[in-house]
Design a protein around this ligand. Structure first.
Ligand code: ACM
Ligand code: ZN
Length: 739
């Protein structure tokens, strides 16, 4: 062992026994996300100067050039690169003996210099990311920042990921994000040490990958709407190569997702013979889950799949190929003579097993190319799959056990915690997007537990998921002023951040080392890093530190800003606060909590929703979910249609009861015919109302939904007017009956 290694081993041993991460004394200075395994702050700081140099082991040229470029953009200094030297101020080294965990690194910062030692290139890249987090936030800017003291506190950090798969899915099929945005998304993932991008390239609404053998996939399948208003786009194979190279430097593996047998209407539009019926369709301009599947019975469609997967595997170096596999409705296969013939030939019992048959076929084919098949959990739930696959557990975390028993591996991506297309809150004004489940607050996201659900761990990682299906219709995704100028991309960032930082820590840091209050505190300084990256995010509401009753019967609020350096503005008269409302400087007293509103203001164009106290509807629990309310202002004198949204309250097929509950007023609401719409499609029409047994003033309607689609907006339209004038107020609730 040479002297240098022996010294480093001693340092490492010292850190092992030293107290670990000490947020209390260092929180304002060091706020790393994800939290490293071990960190010791030493004395002094490293000062970056224009004379600093970057030394690197030959294999680390890409990482050295990356660091050089980041520093150059923000400081304006082009640091000299020095290959194979031990005399540089910032030293990048590869040493798998010293750091023995994949993607692990040892970072030492002293007043004399910086050393990043990695187990592999990924480890060195992550050491660089940690180093960047030690510098002022301005280091992330792509424009020169002046008057900044470019220092990093002296520390020794040993770090490595807890799980090898730390992923994010980006749905570029429902909404086409251009190459530059995808690069930015990869860059943001890399900043927070995520290493797998599931590239959702195919869906009903668009085919985004150039396949040379089938040019109509992108000539036709990548575009929706009439010529004058065409929407869509695709990546050429050259674009893909550029993205792969960009991601590789950042230790991100791009895993292409070729969806089948469902979610493939865009291909069927281009080549109608791919489906069982052969009928011509159009690429939808609205969110839509097609019932048309790839026909398993026609040799031509199987050959198509082979050709597409072959070209995809040649293009992407990833050791994984994602085959989608979610949400197939098997009715087409049930009535297709070609598919039925395969069922008979293979001795299968039902049409759903054809999916298992297809998965086996493809998994075997990919194995010959040294690739492992990944897919949504359905891929291992439709019959015995003989080749080991990796299942993305999105629906039922308990299915992890089934994956383990069958010899497969699992990645946790539960919709309850990891679907970033759900809003963070139900605060009025919140961007709604997906509504088929409750909101996922930052805290809820962070609370996701990684439970292996079995003795032998087969959970290789965690992934976040960003669906774009809501981005192709404006009636659900409402405008937010400060996001307007480049709507979809900014919305994508609004949904992704800051929850991606929670994902980062869930995936990287061991569960026992995670702690939400500590994370929340460290997060405060990261918003300015996102700002310098030019990345939008959801500004969190002011934090209520205390809410106390005063002796004079008032309520006293003590607040803190969740974003370092941001202001809080507030009102006490029930009005909506603006960026010109009074600045919060000391605890505020109000008569009633509904009088109090406060917002976090980062900049005049970037501020939060107000603190919101949801009304207490617990007295109406038996009527289900609050859906709408009526007030005198909207009550008409003649029977007229009253339409309101009930997306999210209609949550699957089944029986529902809608209740109209009067709460106030001399008059009452007279009700007539009720209609339920799925977007513009009339699903239910009923004139048959009843009165509630417990309370005859309550009017109810019962109806059945047979054609539910997740992600599609639902509306109720009911004829209504005031019985004796408009002095009536009330609430509408919807209850889904247990099945
Ligand atoms: C999915 O959300 N359909 C995987
Ligand atoms: Zn068929």
């Amino acid at each position: 062992m040479n002297n240098r290694i022996s010294l480093l081993k001693k340092v490492l041993a010292a850190i092992l026994v030293a107290s670990c991460y000490n947020t209390a004394s260092t929180a304002t200075e060091i706020d790393l996300i994800p939290k490293p395994i071990r960190m010791e702050q030493t004395s002094g700081k490293f000062q970056l100067t224009p004379q600093a140099t970057i030394g690197f082991d030959t294999e680390l040229r890409d990482q050295a050039e990356y660091l050089q470029q980041v520093i150059s953009q923000s400081t304006g200094w082009d640091l000299e690169l020095k290959e194979n030297t031990r005399k540089a101020s910032i030293q990048l080294l590869l040493n798998p003996e010293e750091v023995d965990k994949p993607e692990g690194y040892l970072l030492t910062v002293t007043p004399k210099g910086v050393t990043v030692t990695g187990e592999d290139k990924g480890g060195v890249f992550y050491g660089i990311q940690t180093l960047l987090q030690l510098f002022p936030s301005e280091i992330y800017s792509d424009r020169r920042q002046r008057h900044v003291e470019w220092t990093a506190p002296a520390v020794t950090i040993y770090d490595a990921p807890n799980r090898p798969w730390r992923g994010m899915m980006l749905d570029v099929a429902r909404y086409f994000y251009d190459k530059e945005f995808v690069k930015k998304y990869i860059d943001m993932m890399a900043m927070y040490k995520l290493n797998k991008l599931q590239f959702h390239l195919i869906d009903d609404s668009g085919w985004r990958l150039e396949i040379k053998k089938y040019p109509r996939l992108t000539e036709v399948g990548a575009w929706a709407g009439p010529d004058y208003n065409r929407l869509g786009g695709f990546y050429t194979q050259e674009d893909i190569k550029e993205l792969i190279a960009y991601a590789e430097v950042r230790n991100v593996e791009i895993i292409p997702e070729i969806e089948f047998p469902a979610h493939i209407l865009s291909a069927i539009v281009a080549y109608p013979w791919l489906s069982c019926t052969g009928l011509q369709h159009e690429v939808p301009t609205q969110h839509f889950i097609s019932k048309d599947l790839l026909c398993v019975g026609k040799e031509s469609s199987i050959q198509f799949l082979r050709d597409v997967l072959e070209e995809t595997a040649e293009l992407f170096p990833s050791s994984y190929i994602n085959i989608g596999g979610d949400e197939a409705n098997y009715t087409r296969w049930e009535s297709c003579p070609y598919c039925q013939a395969v069922i008979k030939r293979e001795g299968l019992k039902e049409a759903s097993e054809l999916q298992g048959y297809l998965t086996n076929l493809v998994a075997e084919m990919m194995k010959e190319k040294n690739r492992t098949v990944v897919g949504w959990e359905e891929i291992f739930l439709r019959g015995e799959i003989k080749t080991p696959v990796v299942g993305l557990i999105w629906h039922n975390v308990g299915d992890t056990i089934l994956a383990t028993r069958a010899g497969h591996k699992a990645i946790l991506i539960p919709a309850t915690h990891m679907y970033f297309d759900f809003p963070e809150s139900q605060t009025p004004g919140e961007v709604k997007a997906a509504t088929w489940m409750p909101p996922i607050s930052l805290e809820k996201c962070y609370s996701m537990e990684i439970n292996d659900y079995s003795e032998e761990s087969t959970v290789i990682g965690v992934q976040g998921c960003f669906w774009s299906d809501q981005f192709i219709h404006g009636n659900v995704l409402q405008e937010i002023d400060y996001l307007n100028e480049n709507r979809s991309e900014n919305y994508a960032e609004y949904f992704t951040f800051p929850r991606l930082l929670a994902l980062s820590e869930i995936a990287w840091t061991s569960q026992t080392a995670r702690n939400y209050p500590d994370f929340y505190q460290r997060l405060s300084g990261h918003y300015s890093r996102l700002d310098f990256k030019g990345c939008h995010y959801r500004v969190p509401e002011p934090r209520i530190e205390r809410m106390e009753s005063t002796p004079s019967g008032k309520l006293k609020f003590t607040l803190s800003s969740p974003v370092a350096g941001a202001e809080i503005r507030y009102t006490t008269d029930g009005s909506y606060p603006s960026i010109h409302s009074p600045i919060y400087t000391a605890p505020v007293e109000v008569n009633d909590k509904s009088d109090f509103h406060a917002i976090t203001v980062v900049t005049p164009r970037h501020y939060s929703l107000p603190i919101y106290f949801a009304p207490d509807y617990s007295a109406y629990q038996q009527y289900g979910n609050y859906t709408a309310e009526w007030k005198p202002l909207i009550v008409q004198s003649q029977m007229a249609p009253w339409k309101f949204e009930c997306t999210g309250k209609i949550a699957g097929n089944g029986n529902y009861t809608i209740a109209f509950i009067p709460t106030k007023g001399e008059s009452s609401l007279k009700l007539g015919k009720l209609k339920l719409y799925k977007r513009d499609e009339l699903l239910v029409e009923t004139a048959q109302s009843s009165t509630d047994e417990a309370n005859p003033a309550i009017t109810t309607y019962r109806f059945t939904v047979n054609d539910f689609d997740a992600g599609t907006p639902f509306f109720i339209e009911v004829e209504a007017c005031g019985e004796n004038g408009n002095d009536t107020s009330g609430l509408v609730f919807i209850l889904k009956e247990a099945q």
